[in-house]
Design a protein around this ligand. Structure first.
Ligand code: AGP
Length: 613
């Protein structure tokens, strides 16, 4: 949830560290800090709030700007409220060792007591400072080297961490370690950039080493030595980061979220590329080749995820059951991990996650593996923990998603689920003709999304008409019921308007009581087998003076008689409709949030990747 950066090299560390923090700010942004080695000691500054505050604070600090080795951190509070004293880096009792940490030390209270009994005095409320003091304790006991003290300390802690540590007595060295939180080492020419994700590295190099759980690295300008936490050497492959810096920049859009909404035609094309074969009319998912036989014969599929990814899972349930006839369940990962689920022989569990680091989803994946299921991942972040720990899986290829509100990742999750369901359906019972129909329609989706995006200004007008209303309802049926849930979540998380998503028919069983004069009710109502039913639901809302905004199929003049506003999407087979019907809802939420002056890329109380439970 936090972002950490480290630098060892010939350049002045400060610039690299601050730029790196800015790229990681979407991971957490309630306080920040920096610490560099300088003249045999440590120079450190930290402050509450955004990186710009820290930048102003260090502007006149000569030591901070002189150091060539340093660490930095941007925080999303878990233990201890957002403040200067709880900001990272934290130092040991002697202020000679400094540490930045992303994750949670679960047994920190016990260790803190042990260290306080030994005379340690703590400046903050954080679990991370306890780890810094523990490293210091072992360093003083053993007299170094730093990596030995870090190993000894980590042997005592339970929880999750990605850490970078420096010591005033060991100039030119950073010790990094990970368990449960991501950590990547950028391998440059005579320099190394350590970071929580590649966005802070690719400005300097595309060559990276992904640290795995229970691994650590000792990094100096001479080289990078990787071992396990108990000091067994590990040889690590240098991999290439796919993403360019340009991809990370806003490309001229006002916000990352808007850029990512408008990137959807292109990223859907990328996600289909090499997988949708219109020549041989087939689907190829290389990442599943080694498990295809198990998948085709599975008699139970469990999709598990959180938030928006869970909504994609819900669409997946409809897809796998109707296109592949595989009994499918969708589970909130936070519930699945603790409820001792029944996972029979031959069950396949699929974890869906954009970041690949969401703690509950990772734990659900581990639970599934524990219970002997084939554990697959549908993930966007290459090299992330869920991707590494799943038996097999499919990458979204949606590119980096910076906006906290997930948009293009959701649409690409639907693309991958549809490809999987079609591949399995064809292998299980679907005719070639039916398959070809779906594949041709799927190939149209990128262009069809573009036509929906052209209505952004019109959708903005609709948003402005209702932006003062504090309660909205989103309703849909079949494949579009999960889309209604997603539309409500998008509006909630970035505009702070309360919204509820429901299966349209459920309204009569209670929520209809909410409807009163002028209440906005969004119907996801493209042509589908239950179209007539949803028209009657619309009439029920109109009868109670609700204002109806409908997402409908191009050419559907009938619905105009019932809806106050209609946004049209191109016609496509119902299983593919969610890839189109969600777009107007993403834009509706975006324009409402902008009109209410909200920071859409960094909504309050949220972070892009929830790595704590
Ligand atoms: C969605 O806009 C939110 N950012 C959040 O619900 C998110 O979908 C959820 O935290 C899951 O994240 P993941 O896909 O990275 O696992």
């Amino acid at each position: 949830m936090c972002g950490i950066v480290g630098y060892v090299g010939r350049k002045k560390a400060c610039g690299v560290l601050i730029e790196g923090l800015k790229r990681l700010e979407y991971r957490g942004y309630d306080s920040a800090g920096i610490c560099v080695q300088y003249d045999g000691s440590l120079a450190m500054e930290k402050c509450p709030g955004r990186i710009v505050g820290l930048e102003q604070r260090i502007a006149s600090s000569q030591p901070i700007h002189a150091g060539r080795v340093g660490i930095a951190h941007t925080r999303w509070a878990t233990h201890g409220e957002p403040s200067e004293r709880n900001a990272h880096p934290h130092t040991d009792g002697s202020d000679r060792i400094a540490l930045v940490h992303n994750g949670i030390i679960e047994n920190y209270v016990t260790i803190k007591k042990y260290l306080e009994d030994k005379g340690h005095v703590f400046k903050s409320e954080t679990d991370s400072e306890v780890l810094a003091h523990l490293v210091g304790e072992f360093y003083d006991d053993g007299g170094g080297p730093l990596e030995a003290a870090v190993q000894a300390a980590l042997a005592e802690v339970s929880g999750t961490y990605g850490i970078a540590v420096i010591c005033a007595d060991e100039p030119g060295k950073i010790v990094a370690a990970r368990k449960g939180s991501p950590l990547i080492i950028g391998v440059g020419k005579d320099e190394y950039v350590i970071a929580s994700d590649a966005s802070a590295i690719i400005e300097h190099t595309a060559n990276v080493v992904y640290l795995s759980d229970n691994e650590m690295a000792v990094i100096t300008t001479e080289g990078c030595r990787t071992t396990t936490l108990d000091n067994v050497p590990v040889s690590k492959e240098i991999e290439q980061v796919e993403w360019s810096l340009e991809q990370i920049a806003k490309n001229g859009y006002a916000d990352f979220m808007l850029k990512e909404i408008f990137e959807q035609p292109e990223v859907v094309r990328t996600s289909l590329r090499g997988r949708l074969d219109l020549r041989d009319m087939r689907v190829t998912l290389g990442g599943l080749a080694n498990v295809a036989r198990q998948l085709v014969s599975t008699h139970k599929l469990i999709l598990t995820a959180c938030g928006t990814a869970w909504h994609a899972g819900l669409v997946g349930e409809y897809l796998f059951e109707s296109l592949a006839r595989i009994p499918t369940e969708v589970e909130y990962a936070s519930e699945f991990r603790y409820r001792n689920p029944i996972v029979e022989e031959g069950t396949v569990v699929m974890a869906i996650s954009q970041s690949g680091e969401t703690a509950d989803t990772l734990a659900a994946l581990r639970e599934a593996k524990e219970k002997g299921a084939l554990a697959l991942g549908i993930v966007n972040a290459v090299g992330s923990t869920i991707a590494r720990e799943s038996d097999s899986g499919v990458y979204l290829h949606a590119g980096p998603e910076i906006g906290v509100a997930s948009t293009k990742a959701f649409t690409c999750q639907l693309v991958v689920e549809t490809l999987m369901a079609l591949m399995l359906g064809r292998r299980r019972f679907m005719s070639q003709t039916e398959m070809e129909g779906y594949l041709r329609a799927l190939a149209q989706i990128p262009d069809q999304i573009s036509t929906v995006l052209e209505q952004s200004d019109y959708i903005r007008e609709i948003a402005l008409r209702h932006v003062e209303r504090e309660n909205w309802l989103f309703l849909g049926r079949g494949y579009n019921y999960p889309v209604a849930l997603e539309g409500a979540l998008k509006l909630k998380e970035i505009s702070y308007i309360h919204a509820e998503g429901l299966p349209a028919a459920e309204m009569k069983h209670g929520p209809i009581a909410l409807i009163h004069d002028g209440m906005p009710v969004v119907f996801v109502a493209p042509r589908c087998p239950t179209y007539d039913k949803i028209i009657s639901n619309i009439e029920e809302v109109r009868a109670r003076k609700g204002r109806v905004i409908a997402v409908a199929t191009e050419g559907d003049e009938h619905i105009r008689r019932y809806a106050d506003d209609v946004v049209y999407v191109p016609a496509c087979p119902p299983p593919l409709q969610p890839m189109l019907t969600v777009i107007p809802l993403q834009l509706l939420a975006y324009h409402a949030a902008v009109a209410r002056g909200c920071n859409v890329d960094k909504p309050r109380n949220l972070a892009k990747s929830v790595t704590v439970e």
